[in-house]
Design a binder for this molecule. Structure first.
Ligand code: THU
Length: 138
């Protein structure tokens, strides 16, 4: 799995925390912030964006990934996600991340525990993912 510098790790965490403050959450009141770093070092952040038609809600992780893709970056070194409670990405977000990387360190930030950070791996979170590529996980 990728290893990122302590400095980049901190930048990524701060980007996720800042994005969390921009969450559009009139329904759940549960803010989530995420940030991915691309292989050229650019950081893209995202927040959850809810909708009155609940199923249209976009998670913070997917907002960050889609923003990166729209900017022409699709190779990622790491992702950070910030929530109160230190939750890990949902299944849909895991699958979207797996579209672009075999494995990826995922930094889980718990804003409720003074920003405590746990590190997980995408491959551990989504074993045998659905992937129709040479590097698929069958
Ligand atoms: N949410 C995320 O942003 N990321 C996840 O991985 C799981 C859930 C959001 C969706 C919704 O706005 C709120 O958290 C409560 O489910």
């Amino acid at each position: 799995m990728n290893k990122i510098s302590d400095e980049l790790r901190q930048t990524l965490i701060e980007a996720a925390l800042t994005a969390r403050q921009r969450a559009y959450i009139p329904y759940s009141r549960f803010p989530v912030g995420a940030a991915v770093v691309a292989d050229d070092g650019t950081v893209f952040s995202g927040c959850n964006v809810e909708n009155a038609s609940f199923g249209l809600t976009n998670c913070a992780e997917r907002t960050a990934v889609f923003t990166a893709i729209a900017a022409g970056r699709s190779r990622f070194l790491a992702l950070a996600v910030a929530t109160e409670g230190g939750y890990s990405p949902c299944g849909a977000c895991r699958q979207v991340l797996a579209e672009f990387c075999d494995d990826l360190p995922i930094l889980i930030v718990d804003t409720g525990l003074a920003g405590q950070v746990d590190e997980l791996s995408l491959a551990d979170l989504l074993p045998r993912r659905f992937a129709r590529r040479q590097s698929d996980g069958r």
